[in-house]
Design a binder for this molecule. Structure first.
Ligand code: NAP
Length: 453
């Protein structure tokens, strides 16, 4: 049995029976068989169903959001926004998949030659708990629209949300095998990955999980997309609009109680403005309301598991021992971690070098543009960076110097169905969303027509 527990009060929510080998076999058979017919369906048909999935999400957003909040402690207003965003990605791919995958004519010596983008079959998605719906939908909407089939291994602490996602597709009218949730522990992933009926895998999660899945898939010569951790920097240049930058940085770090791969985890501030920036930043962070995640006005909930809160506590304490200074917060009570600001951080400290997955932000200062870029790139992670400056020329000059998968100017790094999303270095490879995302799990087939007459 896999147990779902509310991280806010420790109460058990449900016991879910784990699939045994026979259940997995049955599910993979259904997935494989469904592919044979699903791949033949028209974009028009798939779009109609995907639009219905969007409607289902919007109509029942309270129900789905409530379970997210119960299972992983996300404040309810943010859980509702997550469901709305899932509806958006369904609508986006319902409207754009055909265009993204239309044949690409290439002029050659042939009568006609082109690339056609064709589905590959069953794709395994291994997903994390931090955005239990969004992470899955940003994979599933393009995968199903491309004619593929999805099987989900979700994080063990959000198994009811995983069941709800399958329910969304069933209620929308998708054939039963198009998207299936497999309630399993991670030890069963290897067998599924090696199964001939599974053609590829996508994983969003930590480096160890990504590395394990990619190694096994590599042995089997199966394609993978990895969306792993991040330690995004927020760089505040001397000429930044401080008022606006402070507001954006508070959101960038503290939404989802800091448990986001693309959160701005390292504030890198020009030394001349550091004191005034920190003062304003502290004022705004102090005003964030912590509390019961099921209450509408709560902004900071709890961390999704106590061991994760303990990890963060250790990173903070170890950094303080190495000379960092607590500006705000720093304490943990069970799964609750106070919104925390830490200054005097150097690049060797854990809160700078490692990913921090909770409401804590490090502050480091810099002297010039070169030092700022070097501090950003020092990280092993490469998901994204936000830079704050009023000088467009500086921003344009600096954009190519960052190693990351995304640079946002005067904005927090965010995912948007219209834009590709993904990292470099140990943040992973491959892209989700936009035309780039839907083309990850397709056969880019070269077609060449010649005639002898
Ligand atoms: P995690 O421990 O890696 O878990 C993610 C998923 O992988 C879960 O379903 C987990 O199942 C499974 N898993 C764990 N170890 C595995 C293994 N050896 N083989 C196969 N599957 C395995 O990560 P997490 O703690 O849930 O999530 C936090 C991490 O995800 C952070 O590093 C965060 O930055 C990253 N993340 C990245 C993105 C992105 O888009 N780049 C988005 C969100 C989160 P169990 O729950 O059963 O262990």
């Amino acid at each position: 049995m896999i147990t779902s527990k509310n991280p806010y009060n420790g109460e058990e929510i449900a016991q879910i029976k784990e699939f045994d080998q026979a259940d997995i076999n049955k599910a993979l058979d259904l997935a494989d068989n469904t592919f044979k017919t699903w791949r033949e369906t028209s974009y028009k048909h798939r779009s109609e169903l995907m639009m219905k999935a969007a409607e289902e999400l919007k109509e029942n957003k309270q129900e789905y959001a409530r379970m997210i909040t119960l299972e992983m402690g996300k404040p309810i207003s943010q859980s509702i926004s997550e469901i709305e965003k899932c509806a958006w990605v369904c609508e986006y791919y319902a409207e754009n998949a055909e265009k993204h995958l239309e044949n690409e004519i290439i002029e050659t010596d042939a009568d006609t030659s082109y690339v056609s983008y064709e589905p590959i079959g069953v794709v395994l998605a291994v997903m994390p708990w931090n955005y239990p719906f969004w992470q899955v939908f940003r994979f599933a909407a393009p995968a199903l629209m491309a004619g593929n089939i999805g099987v989900l291994k979700h994080a063990s602490n959000v198994m009811q949300s995983a069941e709800n996602i399958q329910k969304v597709f069933e209620r929308a009218g998708f054939p039963k095998g198009c998207f299936q949730n497999l309630p399993i522990s991670s030890s069963k992933v290897e067998g599924i990955l090696r199964d001939k009926r599974v053609k590829a895998a996508t994983l969003t999660g930590s480096k160890p999980a990504g590395s394990s899945v990619a190694s096994i898939a590599g042995e089997e010569i199966k394609k993978t997309v990895l969306e792993l951790g991040g330690s995004n920097a927020l760089v505040i240049f001397k000429d930044a609009n401080i008022e606006e930058a402070v507001k954006t940085c508070v959101q960038a770090r503290f939404q989802n109680t800091g448990q986001s791969c693309i959160a701005g985890k390292r504030l890198i501030v020009h030394e001349d403005i550091a004191d005034s920036f920190i003062k304003k930043f502290k004022e705004q962070v102090s005003e964030l309301k912590s509390g019961d995640p099921s209450e509408e006005d709560t902004f900071i909930g709890v961390l999704s598991r106590e061991d994760l809160a303990e990890d963060l506590e250790k990173q903070v304490n170890d950094s303080v021992e190495q000379g960092a200074k607590i500006v705000l917060g720093g304490k943990r009570k069970g799964t609750y971690f106070e919104p925390t600001i830490i200054s005097n951080v150097t690049k060797e400290m854990p809160i700078f070098k490692e990913e921090t997955f909770g409401p804590a932000i490090s502050i480091t200062t810099f002297k010039d543009d070169e030092e700022a870029v070097s501090l950003v790139n020092y990280s092993d992670f490469g998901l994204g960076v936000s830079i704050f400056t009023e000088d467009v020329g500086r921003a344009k000059r600096l954009v190519p110097m960052f190693d990351d998968g995304a640079v946002f100017v005067n904005e927090l790094v965010k995912s948007d169905p219209r834009l590709p999303f993904g990292g470099t270095k140990i943040s992973g490879y491959g892209r989700e969303l936009s035309a780039h995302g839907i083309r990850e799990f397709v056969n880019r087939k070269t077609v060449y027509f010649n005639s002898y007459w």
